[in-house]
Design a protein around this ligand. Structure first.
Ligand code: SF4
Ligand code: SF4
Length: 448
């Protein structure tokens, strides 16, 4: 094993206050099973799963209840032994109502996992491995919920020379990946070796921000003890260090050109917890039915890292964490995800889904003012943008609805990290307007 001692990074970016001290040393707790779970069929990028259960069916913990409906789609499993109450519209993170399977948990069940193990990975061909990951319902756990098997399926004519595990967790407040690296290092390394036996990268890295020294040390010790061909890279603490393209730049000093994917440069990047899920699937037969979520913010009584069954409503999680400490709930900003890229929630009925990395409850002092002023041409957003875009000009074009001009100024390269909005002294909601513009441009282009 070689150990990199440099503190690598990318150009631009911002330094928001971390607030990770609230939970970074708190061991992962297990959330009890809620009485009712709500499982949206479309909780990943791509086509929603198709329900294969109906109202009244008895289901077992780990049983498939939704099947993939195409290549960019994954299976859905029941996180509990229970009874299907129906397939109904339910709130989701974006505020849209989507079809979801409601399950009533069996209060008398020991909730043992179905013990049907998948085949040993060594006995699988690469296409069988890819299909097995799809059937396990595994998606990127960093927040995007992109189907993992799609990323792991290397397109014909391409090669993966570099496998990079993303342990940056650069969003403020979030510590679920951090605790997973500390407490489940063996599963992460096992999942890495399983994945790399198929993708066959010649270099395997784990990139971790330097503010997680315990995770860096534990992984290095295990790698050294088992003589694994994996290198842990300590990265500068800077947002958005965990974005795929920034991570590649930091580790190998390569910039992924506009319009290209990491695999075009022979890179595959995957979040550490996603890789841990591969090990849980092949060694324990556990599909993706639960995940670690950071519950944090000044308005929650007991900040914690909690392993939560998918489908658990936010209100049950809040209760488990001691409730909200503000009498005026309307003054608390509730977010799913981190404060930079997360989504504001209006209700506590929204369930935890596969992409839920954090649940934040912020009082006014942590919430940016809604006051907006004119652009003062300070250039701070240009200095912050890791994609070297000009958010100031894009903001002006967005205000005028000049979508074609925005496309000419490469708005589609914006990956909505929020650094420009964070740094803007005029409080201009830049990233929000870019999100809208990208949707309009994509729709127009697809019609063309
Ligand atoms: S323009 Fe997009 S990529 Fe650049 S800082 Fe703003 S949100 Fe991030
Ligand atoms: S940071 Fe805000 S005020 Fe400064 S140039 Fe960018 S948009 Fe204008």
């Amino acid at each position: 094993m070689s150990i990199a001692s440099n503190i690598a990074t990318f150009r631009h970016g911002v330094h928001p206050e971390e607030y990770k001290g609230l939970t970074e040393s708190k061991p992962i707790e297990r959330m009890p099973f809620a009485s009712e779970l709500v499982l949206p069929l479309g909780q990943h990028i791509g086509a929603p799963a198709r329900a294969i259960v109906v109202k009244g069916d008895r289901v077992q913990r780990g049983q498939m209840i939704g099947e993939p409906t195409g290549f960019v789609s994954v299976a859905l499993h029941s996180p509990v032994d229970g009874t299907v109450l129906g397939i109904e519209l339910s709130e989701t993170i974006t505020g849209a109502m989507v079809p979801a399977i409601r399950i009533q948990t069996d209060p008398y069940s020991p909730q043992l996992l179905r013990t049907e193990l998948p085949p040993v990975p060594e006995a699988l061909t690469t296409p069988e491995f890819i299909q097995s990951i799809q059937n396990a319902g595994i998606v990127g756990l960093g927040g995007a919920a992109f189907p993992a098997h799609v990323k792991f399926a290397i397109p014909e004519g391409k090669t993966c020379s570099y496998l990079v595990l993303n342990g940056c967790e650069c969003e403020p407040f979030l510590t679920s990946d951090h605790r997973t690296m500390v407490e489940e290092a063996d599963a992460i390394l096992d999942g890495t070796m399983i994945l790399n036996s198929f993708v066959k990268a010649s270099k395997v890295y784990i990139g971790i921000e330097a503010n997680k020294p315990d995770a860096i040390q534990i992984l290095r010790d295990r790698i050294s003890a088992d003589k694994l061909p994996i290198e842990v890279i300590s990265l500068q603490v800077k947002y958005p260090q965990g974005a795929e393209k920034m991570l590649i730049t930091a580790i190998e000093k390569l910039e992924v050109p506009s319009g290209n994917l990491p695999i075009d440069l022979e890179f595959m990047v995957s979040n550490v917890s996603t890789i841990g899920a591969i090990s849980h699937w092949f060694r324990k037969g556990m599909p993706l039915i639960e995940r670690v979520v950071t519950i944090s913010g000044s308005a929650i009584n007991r900040p914690a890292n909690v392993r939560i069954p998918i489908g658990t409503p936010m209100k049950d999680v809040v209760e488990f964490c001691g409730g909200i400490n503000s009498r005026d709930l309307s003054s608390v900003r509730m977010l799913l995800g981190g404060p930079m890229m997360g989504m504001v929630q209006k209700t506590l009925n929204t369930p935890v889904v596969k992409g839920t990395s954090g649940m934040l409850f912020l009082e006014q002092e942590h919430v940016s003012s809604l006051d907006q002023y004119n652009c003062i041409k300070c250039g701070k957003c240009v200095e912050a943008c890791p994609m070297f875009l000009n958010p100031s000009i894009l903001g002006i074009l967005a205000k005028k609805g000049l979508w074609a001009d925005m496309e000419d100024h490469h708005v589609l390269d914006c990956f909505e990290c929020g650094s420009c909005s964070f740094i803007c002294p005029s409080g201009i909601p830049l990233v929000q307007s870019f999100r809208v513009a990208k949707g309009i441009i994509r729709e127009r282009n697809s019609k063309k």
